[in-house]
Design a protein around this ligand. Structure first.
Ligand code: URA
Length: 231
């Protein structure tokens, strides 16, 4: 495996940050200064250190992307995909769940299939919180309908938590991930979503210091919280 990939996996930084660490002569492999970040190492048997502290290889990677509008949540396609924004070795990474092309906000990018499965499986009822702007003023009746669950076009949507911010904006928390779920819920009310941004998934909150299109590694604490059984 390449040294930069191993260091990235171990949360030492993005590939470009890791390259800088090597240039700054802070990385050693078996006690010898690493010359290039692209050198091949044996991630299990070689001892890699950063500032003389051993770096432990981690199999899985967890990135928080602030998804911008205009990108599809897929690994490949004819249009830009969210993976075009990730400057890491591919390493089996994929977006955990789908946001519509025009939806912004929190998207977990990982290569941890079992975790993604747990987070996305309908039986785990993982909360997803969105900021929603919509075309019409929200009525009391609309709130009750969103909170009670909605049937629309042969599909049923489970009750949502609604927190009204202004007559035409709110946060909505849902526990499913059905196709166009929030847009269809608002269509059922005779309204239209004009802007949608995911703020949270389970207890992982979008880091607002990330600009749309930017990403960062999850902290150890964020990873542990995502893996914890209780919401
Ligand atoms: N609901 C939608 O309608 N679109 C999204 O991208 C996410 C939730």
């Amino acid at each position: 495996m390449r040294l930069d990939r191993m260091l990235s996996n171990a949360h030492a930084g993005t590939r470009s940050q890791v390259k800088k660490l090597v240039k700054e002569k802070r990385v050693k492999v078996n006690g010898v200064l690493a010359k290039t970040s692209s050198m091949q190492i044996d991630e299990v048997n070689d001892e890699v250190t950063l500032d003389d502290i051993p770096v432990i290889y981690e199999e899985h990677m967890y990135l928080m992307l602030h998804k911008p509008a205009g990108y599809i949540s897929a690994t490949e396609g004819n249009v830009p995909t969210v993976m075009d924004l990730i400057y890491e070795d591919n390493n089996g990474l994929f977006p955990c769940g789908r946001l519509d092309k025009d939806t912004e906000g929190l998207l977990l990018i990982t290569n941890d299939g079992p975790l993604a499965h747990t987070l996305l499986s309908p039986k785990h009822h993982v909360e997803k919180e969105y900021y929603v702007e919509h075309a019409l003023d929200m009525s009391e009746d609309d709130i009750v309908r969103l909170q009670s669950g909605i049937s629309y076009n042969g599909e049923s949507y489970k009750p949502a938590k609604v927190n009204m911010i202004s007559p035409r904006s709110c946060t909505l928390t849902i526990t499913e991930g059905k196709y166009h779920e929030i847009k269809f819920m608002f269509q059922a009310l005779g309204d239209k979503v004009t802007y949608l941004k995911r703020l949270r998934m389970k207890n992982l909150v979008l880091d607002e210091s990330l600009k749309p299109g930017e990403y960062r590694y999850l902290t150890e604490e964020e990873i542990a919280d995502l893996k914890a059984d209780e919401q």
